[in-house]
Design a protein around this ligand. Structure first.
Ligand SMILES: [Zn+2]
Length: 199
């Protein structure tokens, strides 16, 4: 296949990228210095070789250990665990600098069409809570996007966690977040208020 066509089709598979944008990426690469193309190719290669999923929070990281540096950091607050939909949402909360507990990445939100939790790591979350409770966990913060899918996921998880671990406090973010907004696009101040206003 024509290499230009081939790469355009690969870029089109990226989330939120249409054929026109994909074409522009390829044009950019055609105009770029060979070193830039090489760096991109090497980075993709390296990603496959050395990025791994943390066995504790389930986010992807490029560090050496089995657990990521956040989960390995014993200075964080073991009383708090925040459940987020995606790695990007975790990164946004971490950037806001107002949260010092641990995280768990659920891997998405419930699809309202099926109301199923297919592909989500809720079982893994529930199974891991016992060990976290032994280490001091008191509160699970459900931090999902402010949309119907996020709300449905929070309701379902609250039920499931509450059924198994009645003593845990389960909270959701305060609605400082504007409706429909993804955590990853919220600014630090908004996230700080949403965390402070959790209930
Ligand atoms: Zn981790």
């Amino acid at each position: 296949m024509d290499p230009i066509q081939r790469l355009t089709e690969l870029f089109e598979k990226f989330p939120g990228i249409g054929p026109r944008q994909a074409g522009r990426f390829v044009q950019y690469l055609l105009r770029s210095a060979p070193a830039i193309r090489r760096e991109l190719a090497d980075s993709v290669q390296l990603l496959a070789q050395s990025a791994r999923q943390c066995t504790s929070c389930m986010r992807f990281h490029g560090e050496k250990g089995k657990v990521c540096s956040l989960c390995a950091n014993s200075a964080r607050d073991t009383a708090l665990l925040t459940v987020v939909a995606s790695d990007a949402d975790l990164a946004a909360l971490e950037r806001s600098g107002t949260y010092s507990g641990y995280y768990f990445v659920l891997g998405g939100t419930i699809s309202l069409a099926s109301e199923k939790m297919t592909g989500l790591r809720h079982k893994q979350l529930l199974d891991g809570l016992q060990e976290r409770i032994q280490k001091g966990l008191q509160e699970v913060i459900l931090a999902f996007p402010a949309n119907p899918e996020g709300d449905a996921t929070a309701i379902r998880l609250k039920e499931e966690i509450g059924r198994k671990y009645a003593d845990l406090r389960i909270t959701t973010l305060g609605r400082g977040l504007s409706t429909g907004s993804e955590l990853e696009y919220a600014d630090a101040e908004t996230l700080k208020n949403a965390l402070a206003g959790r209930k």
